[in-house]
Ligand binder design. Structure first.
Ligand SMILES: *[C@@H]1O[C@H](CO)[C@@H](O)[C@H](O)[C@H]1NC(C)=O
Ligand SMILES: *[C@@H]1O[C@H](CO)[C@@H](O)[C@H](O)[C@H]1NC(C)=O
Length: 390
């Protein structure tokens, strides 16, 4: 169809853009029909088409007298042809228009698609730029900053002796640490001066983390977080200090219980932050020690799914299941597991409709011989020995 129209267009262009007598002469390039002009006199027009140029000149000489009838016929034929070609032209123009429109539509949608892609890429670049800029501007905790004190107890005892210190975020720089960092200080609870090292409330922060994340900490200090093993280590290993640990628990039924330990400290990174705690007091039970040797997490190193230091080596049996890794058994969360023990305050905690699907364990806190389902928990530490008031 297009092919045909194209051919006609070439002819018609020739017809429309050439004038007068040359027109018909040129038509000969496209078609052998209607090659004669008004001056040609033919006795048998059909055979003329087949004739060679020499024949035509001979016939021209024969037709000295104009043949009115034949000329009329030829003119009629010319008009008919012209109309045909005009129709073809209109048809061709219409289909070309349609074709071009379709092509333009196609191109437009391609352009729209590409421009969307470009916009998306631009957005990503902007986000990345912002991220880079933020990282560049805020290389905490390695920035040299003025700290408020050595830890929250120190801040309370020094600043707090002059004016009331509110609970909130403070920058501390413990002895032995080569950097300062931000911590949440609870200045209201039980006399204040508590450095919060872990908090779980709404379950938004994921605690299924690898070793390096448990090492440096994660989450949001104004929400749920894990402060980080290194940071806790620096706080509790300052000279001439001794810390107590307070574990505060809240059940799904909004009841409260606690477990507190004196002499809380951690061994260093080379010893995988083995946990030490002294005397227990509280009403939630001593889940750290549990009821058996296998439960007892005292002096256990910290474990994550990628760094397995637990008491199941090579394998132990829990609820008649073979367990190779307590972290893996506890949904890839990190803790001072033994085999594996009754405490894991880092267990998976998420809100699923009415109840929290809670994997937060302090299984010595029981009701009707079943562990209480725990909704929120925090771990805080405070100096028990204060060098300023010796
Ligand atoms: C630990 O997890 C973080 C965040 O997913 C990741 O960037 C990092 O590469 C992981 N580290 C290791 C040693 O797998
Ligand atoms: C245990 O580890 C495997 C492999 O890393 C993982 O696919 C699986 O989800 C883990 N199990 C739990 C309970 O997290």
């Amino acid at each position: 169809m297009i092919q045909f129209s194209a051919t006609s267009l070439i002819c018609l262009n020739i017809i429309f853009f050439s004038g007068g007598k040359t027109v018909l002469g040129n038509v000969r390039h496209c078609s052998t029909k209607g090659t004669s002009n008004g001056r040609v006199v033919e006795t048998t027009p059909k055979t003329t088409e087949e004739n060679t140029p020499t024949d035509i000149s001979k016939q021209k000489e024969q037709c000295l007298v104009p043949c009115d009838v034949q000329a009329k016929m030829l003119r009629g034929e010319k008009h008919y042809m012209c109309r045909n070609l005009q129709n073809s032209l209109v048809e061709y123009a219409r289909s070309t228009k349609k074709l071009v429109r379709n092509m333009m539509d196609d191109q437009q949608s391609s352009l729209d698609y590409l421009s969307n892609q470009v916009n998306e890429l631009m957005n990503r670049v902007l986000l990345l730029n912002a991220e880079v800029l933020r990282k560049h501007l805020d290389p905490l905790p390695y920035r040299a900053v003025q700290s408020h004190g050595l830890d929250c107890t120190d801040i309370k005892d020094t600043i707090g002796s002059v004016s009331k210190t509110p609970s909130g975020l403070y920058i501390i720089h413990p002895e032995g640490s080569n950097y300062a960092y931000e911590v949440l200080c609870d200045m209201d609870f039980k006399g204040g001066g508590w450095t919060v090292i872990q908090k779980r409330t709404d379950g938004i922060i994921d605690f299924q983390r690898n070793w390096s994340e448990y090492l440096d900490g994660f989450g949001d200090l104004s929400g749920d977080f894990w402060l980080g093993l290194r940071k806790v280590f620096h706080i509790v290993n300052q000279k001439t200090t001794s810390f107590m640990l307070y574990v505060g628990l809240e059940s799904e039924d909004d009841t409260y219980a606690y477990a507190s330990y004196d002499s809380f400290w951690l061994e260093d990174e080379a010893c995988s932050f083995k946990i030490h705690f002294g005397r227990y007091s509280g009403n939630a039970g001593d889940a750290f020690r549990g009821y058996s040797k296998e439960d007892n997490q005292y002096a256990m190193p910290f474990s994550t799914f990628d760094v397995d230091n637990d008491g199941c080596n090579p394998v132990c049996s829990i609820q008649e299941q073979p367990v190779k890794s307590c972290s893996n058994f506890s949904d890839n969360t990190g803790w001072w597991f033994n085999q594996c023990g009754l405490a894991n305050l880092n267990g998976v905690h998420r809100f699923t409709g009415k109840f929290l699907a809670t994997g937060i364990h302090w299984d010595t806190w029981t009701e009707n011989n079943k562990p209480v389902r725990i909704k929120s928990v925090s771990m805080k530490i405070r100096r028990t020995y204060n060098p300023y008031f010796k």
